[in-house]
Design a protein around this ligand. Structure first.
Ligand code: SF4
Length: 702
């Protein structure tokens, strides 16, 4: 079998668009890939990252091939076998748990984990170790959207499907640059507009990004003023009678209070706060008011904020007052940054969530999950979130952390703090494919994991679409699938319930646990996914076709069945204050051809050709008084640290704002190029998502 040329179906493992890929393996085992022309998401298209994905499989230069362990912090790590590695891990975790309690340990995982892996870690931690200290890098990505959806719709549920794109005639894209960060999704909007030039695209962003090339209107707002803008648009829609009174009356609650609230800020004042013209705000409201199909899309610009949940709710309000939900071409659509952030949410793989979108605060829900897993209880107290775990390690309250498939030493805010915390931890386990990531350097135990194409599993993309990923090649060295590592560790801990024949069996257990919930996928299994292709949840036994669009019956998942229009206070901004010493706003983001902390894309030569080194975007109005010219080395600094990069002078960024890409750490740069040396530790009080998009800095010529 291995010597035959074969083709396999899988899904791109970068962004949440979830493009289908056909992998060809020739008779010599060589891999090539192409976009899956029959796939409902990408219809054969792939972006630059996706079409070069197979090179990351072929490149084994920094591949972690066998377990490595050190007995003391000052000793070098040495190769050990799996038995020694997992016996030590179990011995350390048992000792810490018995001495300091289960909350003394934590697991930090990733939106790139497969659903089966996510499910198992969640079961291990919440069901057996007895703590909710399991969080994921999705906390940095979309936890504000989760909270926003729950508040407005009663459930963390993206209402629409990519197929609604071709049915919409107005797009409101806020705090996102899909041209670079969700390219195939953006390509579909582009193609739709090419065929239908009358459709309107509104972009809201302090930067004039590549996505603005498609925009009929770019609202280049002052960072942090999003809510004021949405409220002003709402006011104009209300005053113009461009709202859906019948939908509001029959299917929502909270409108009267919301209406009174948005009338309190004059439109002139809103325009001044947002630093855009009133004429442009009116234009946006007119586009939305005239639309038959209105889709809002957003990403990190809204979510990564100290008021991220409120921004989400304020934007969803625009869909609710215009009745643009549960019908073709309409709905609020949060763009997930990672390939399986949604799958992680399904299994409850975050510190404040419970399996299958059950409620961790609900006693009955916890009992259901505990009974299913055959354990006494699932702990009630929410666990520590991503940055709270780092704080707890730093304060000595948490003793050990197990990090899977993520590189927090580059991606967490105020990353110098993460350095200190991991140095102070008694025991750090890093489970990864790379042995050279910034985080791996802190590991007491390094466990080699199988990567993309080396294991089987499922993922759920941004439009709730579940896809099966095939195993195509064997993992190198002694690397194992993450699910296998977790099961072996659980058994070393003496826990039952981790004997699975294969990944399909793990998936079935997850599916059974969703039965009767809003995300019921009890009608799914690997055979169906392989034979019928991808499917959007819910997929209950009674309807195995999947559900492209939610809320078509206008019944929401709230207690009353009505969507909630929340009144949002727009009168304050809790982000880090600017000072005379640090007068510029730093915002961060992605570039087109790199992914997260570059542990995969950083090794692909073709992807380095686009932008090969970190840079700072600064407006000439800010650069000239600082005597900074194009290409100059500059130091960006604040009280937390500094970063040294080359300056790019551009009028595409708002004066007073500077931009750094988030990708480079030490492995692919130097100490001085890690953007998160500068970002602050402030969190949204509800979602606990960090405020990456607003840190006070100064820039000087180096
Ligand atoms: Fe992969 Fe996203 Fe590009 Fe599609 S758009 S190929 S999922 S990175």
């Amino acid at each position: 079998l291995l010597n035959r040329a074969e083709s396999y179906k899988t899904t791109c493992s970068y962004c949440g668009v979830g493009c289908g890929i056909i992998v060809h393996k020739d008779s010599n085992g060589r891999i090539s890939i192409e976009g899956d022309k029959g796939h409902p998401v990408n219809r054969g298209m792939l972006c630059s990252k996706g079409m070069n994905l197979h090179y990351t499989v072929a490149d084994q230069t920094d591949r972690l091939l066998y377990p490595q362990m050190r007995w003391g912090k000052n000793q070098p790590r040495q190769r050990v076998d799996w038995e020694v590695a997992l016996n030590r891990a179990a011995a350390v975790f048992k000792t810490l748990i018995s001495k300091y309690g289960p909350d003394s340990v934590g697991f930090y995982i990733s939106g790139q984990c497969l659903t089966e892996e996510y499910y198992l870690v969640n079961k291990l931690v919440k069901g057996f170790i007895g703590t909710n200290n399991i969080d994921t890098n999705s906390r940095l990505c979309m936890s504000s959207a989760v909270a926003g959806y729950k508040m407005a719709l009663g459930e963390d549920a993206v209402p629409i499907s990519y197929d609604d794109i071709e049915l919409a005639d107005c797009f409101f894209i806020a705090g996102a640059n899909p041209a670079w960060c969700h390219p195939i999704l953006f390509r579909r909007i582009e193609q739709h507009k090419q065929k239908n030039p009358q459709i309107k695209v509104i972009i809201v962003d302090p930067r004039k990004t590549q996505s603005c090339a498609l925009a009929d209107l770019h609202l280049q707002i002052r960072p942090g003023t999003d809510i004021v803008l949405y409220q002003a648009i709402a006011r104009i829609l209300i005053e113009n009678g461009a709202i859906d009174q019948e939908f509001i009356a029959r299917h929502t609650e909270g409108y009267a209070s919301f209406r009174a609230s948005v009338m309190q800020t004059s439109l002139e004042e809103a325009a001044s706060v947002c630093d855009v013209t009133l004429q442009d705000i009116r234009k946006a409201a007119t586009f939305i008011g005239n639309a038959k199909g209105f889709i809002s899309m957003w990403a990190m610009g809204l979510n990564q904020s100290v008021v991220g949940v409120k921004k989400n709710v304020a934007l969803i309000n625009l869909s609710l007052i215009t009745g643009h939900i549960g019908k073709p071409g309409s709905g609020p659509f949060s763009l997930t940054g990672q390939p399986n952030a949604m799958g992680g949410r399904e299994v409850g793989g975050m510190a404040n969530l419970l399996a299958a979108h059950r409620d961790l605060t609900n006693t009955e829900h916890r009992k259901e999950v505990a009974a299913f897993w055959g354990v006494d209880k699932v702990p009630e107290k929410p666990g520590l979130t991503a940055t709270q775990m780092i704080d707890a390690l730093h304060e000595g309250k948490m003793k050990a952390i197990w990090i899977i498939c993520t590189n927090p030493l580059v991606s967490l805010p105020n990353a110098t703090m993460a350095d200190l915390a991991l140095k102070k931890a008694k025991f750090v386990v890093v489970q990864d494919i790379s042995m050279n990531s910034d985080t791996a350097q802190y590991a007491d135990l390094l466990l080699p994991a199988a990567g993309w194409l080396e294991k089987e599993g499922t993922m759920t993309n941004a439009d709730r679409r579940i896809s099966h990923l095939s195993k195509v090649v064997e993992a190198p060295g002694e690397a194992l699938p993450d699910s296998e590592i977790i099961c072996r560790f659980a058994k070393k801990m003496g826990y039952h319930g981790f004997d699975f024949k294969d990944a399909a069996e793990i998936y079935l257990e997850h599916c059974q646990l969703t039965k009767g919930t809003n995300i019921d996928v009890s009608g799914l299994n690997y055979k169906i996914l392989k034979n019928k292709g991808t499917m959007q949840w819910p997929v209950p036994l009674s309807n195995q076709k999947g559900t492209p669009r939610l809320f078509t019956d206008k019944r929401f998942y709230t207690v009353s069945g009505k969507a909630q229009i929340h009144t949002i206070d727009d009168g304050f901004n809790l982000s880090e204050p600017l000072t005379t010493t640090y007068p510029l706003i730093l915002t961060t983001g992605r570039i087109r051809d790199q992914w997260h902390t570059m542990t995969r894309t950083g090794k692909v030569n073709k992807l380095k050709q686009h932008i090969s080194k970190p840079f700072l975007e600064i407006h000439p109005i800010d650069a000239i008084p600082r005597q900074i010219a194009e290409g100059d080395s500059v130091i960006v600094s604040n009280k937390r640290g500094s970063v040294s990069v080359s300056a790019v002078l551009t009028e595409d960024i708002k004066p007073g704002v500077v931009f750094l890409p988030m990708h480079w750490g030490r492995t692919f740069g130097k100490d001085f190029s890690r953007t998160n040396n500068l970002t602050n530790s402030l969190l949204d009080p509800s979602s606990k998502q960090p405020d990456f998009k607003f840190s006070a800095v100064e820039v000087k010529k180096y």
